[in-house]
Design a protein around this ligand. Structure first.
Ligand code: GLY
Length: 462
């Protein structure tokens, strides 16, 4: 299937869910000023791109329940194109993108009231595009001004994300091909950063976090990635215990662990890999002990990831391994917190593992899609959180289906505290791979960078 057919097929699927008289409005992202004359690099809106494959700013897609797609896009403008580059323009859009009609984006205000007239329901993304609700209100007001001439105004507004999130959650073959490629590029970038760290330290050079960040960026761009999928984390030593640390200027010492959480975006799709490695290429005893524990917990999560399992199951498998391991290595004292089952029930593992084991991955690094099983959304149970005392409402976790993509990313973060053995102080470890759910298990698409401690050491010696 050509990409333009693919987008048309997705638009048709949206159209079929709008209900009689429905109309959907899906704008791309806004351009944003960074400072004075500079803008942030423009990145299209993921929903809009999913339905068009179109990356220009100032565009908006309209789909009707009758299956007609109309694109609003930047008009041709010889002078602006000298400064900003070629524009597709509305005349060329139908042939290029397979939409039935196209207008200049400057005509949005005059055309939209006409398109909304006599419609029953207007769908648009709620709470995602600043100013969109106000714009829709304005268009609806223009329709209302014509009701005394017999015009009907839409009576319902609905969130089009409800339709699109479900569609985007299960990836098709075209998407998976791009995601595998993005993962390969990111894996190569991690390999490059690991090797660079060891090489520089062996040569007696000063190594800082930004040196390794530069290696990641080089590899991303070298292979056609447009940009990182999120702010890269390159964290040396104690910085690895800061979950959302950014690649900065920290000095990387011989003997430190380095945690890199980084992935490229390729053609609109994210990859997301974390590796933790010894800066000089050799784990110390305590580092290796905790590393192998995190890896064993990841193995358990991978084994729990398959079609038919619940999204929460890999997390539960991880926690089970970590709970026992924390007792075994002496990070938790069984005289104080009980056995592994108690550690899970009273959540004392939370001191060292305070995040979930994964999230959906796709066009967005934290991709859209409900984590609750839609067919069971009404089944609510309550429990008291043992740490905060809060009452938590639980709904049944999502049942995994082939084609869903999620990360599997257990970790341990040991901050110095009373009772915490000094040999583990400031060790932060996370291991993260991207998994495509298959009927019988999952495909790890990020394993072109090694994950076993021996293999990492071998790679860094090379
Ligand atoms: N790995 C980046 C994130 O999940 O936020």
């Amino acid at each position: 299937m050509t990409p333009s057919n693919l987008y048309a097929q997705r638009r048709a699927l949206v159209s079929s869910q709008l209900g009689a008289g429905g109309i959907a409005i899906i704008p791309t992202a806004l351009e944003r000023q960074r400072n004075r004359d500079s803008d942030f690099l423009f990145r299209h809106d993921s929903y809009f791109y999913y339905l068009t494959g179109f990356t220009e700013p100032n565009a908006c897609l309209v789909i009707t329940a009758e299956g007609e797609a109309t694109l609003f896009c930047q008009p041709k403008d010889a002078e602006r194109e000298v400064w900003d580059g070629l524009r597709l323009g509305p005349a060329a859009a139908p042939a290029a993108l397979g939409v039935q009609a196209a207008f200049a984006s400057t005509e949005l205000a005059s055309q939209m009231p006409k398109m909304l007239e006599n419609r029953s329901t207007v769908w648009y993304p709620f709470a995602t595009h600043k100013g969109l609700e106000t714009q829709v209100d304005g268009w609806l007001n223009s329709v209302r001004a014509r009701v005394r001439f017999g015009a009907l105004c839409p009576q319902q507004q609905r969130d089009v994300c409800a339709i699109l999130d479900e569609m985007r959650l299960v990836k098709d073959a075209h998407e998976l091909t791009i995601m595998r490629r993005a993962s390969q590029i990111s894996a190569r970038a991690h390999v490059r950063a690991m090797q660079r760290s060891a090489t520089m330290l062996r040569a007696g050079q000063e190594v800082r976090e930004y040196h390794l960040d530069a290696e990641l960026l080089h590899e991303f761009r070298q292979h056609g990635s447009q940009y990182p999928a999120y702010g890269s984390i390159v964290a040396a030593g104690a910085n690895a215990c800061v979950l959302h640390y950014r690649a900065d200027a920290g000095l990387i010492h011989n003997g430190d662990l380095v945690l890199i959480d980084a992935g490229c975006e390729l053609d609109g799709y994210a990859s997301d890999i974390t590796r933790t490695f010894p800066a000089n290429g050799t784990f110390t005893g305590p580092q290796r002990l905790l590393y192998d524990l995190v890896l064993a917990s990841q193995d358990a999560a991978v084994a729990a990831t398959r079609a038919g399992a619940r999204f929460i199951e890999p997390h539960e498998a991880t926690v089970k391994v970590l709970a026992q391991g924390l007792l075994d290595v002496g990070l938790l004292d069984k005289n104080k917190v009980g056995n592994a089952q108690d550690v899970i029930a009273n959540r004392s593992y939370f001191q060292f593992y305070m995040h979930r084991t994964g999230h959906w991955l796709g066009m967005d690094v934290h991709d859209c899609g409900s984590y609750v099983e839609p067919s069971e959304v009404g089944q609510v149970s309550e429990r008291k959180d043992p740490l905060s005392g809060e009452i938590i409402k639980d709904r049944p976790s999502r049942v995994l289906q082939p084609g869903m993509v999620l990360t599997i990313e257990p970790g341990l973060y040991v901050r110095p505290a009373p009772g915490v053995p000094e040999q583990f102080h400031n060790i932060g470890i996370r291991i993260e791979d991207d998994a495509v759910v298959t009927p019988t298990g999952c495909e790890l698409i990020t394993r072109d960078v090694p994950v076993k401690a021996d293999e990492i050491e071998a790679l860094m010696r090379a």
